[in-house]
Design a protein. Structure first.
Length: 77
């Protein structure tokens, strides 16, 4: 059993969270300069962001479980 895939998965979730925090901060500036948060472009980008997060959660979780449970002979790497 190897702990590194779990650490990579948690790091990826942290990067998703950091990127969301950064982009959410930029969104307030767009609202201030009257670039509204409604419309087809915003909805498309928001749906793409949500889809990317869901894909990462599902397939990244499956990859993490498989990588965690595989036996690595001769060491921890």
């Amino acid at each position: 059993m190897n702990i590194f895939p779990v650490m990579k998965y948690i790091l990826g979730l942290g990067l998703f969270g950091l990127l969301y925090w950064f982009l959410d901060g930029m969104l307030t500036y767009f609202i201030d300069v009257n670039v509204h948060t409604a419309g087809t472009t915003f909805n498309l980008l928001h749906a793409g962001w949500t889809f990317g997060l869901i894909v990462y959660l599902i397939f990244g979780g499956i990859w993490t479980i498989k990588a965690y449970t595989e036996h690595t002979p001769g060491g921890y790497m």
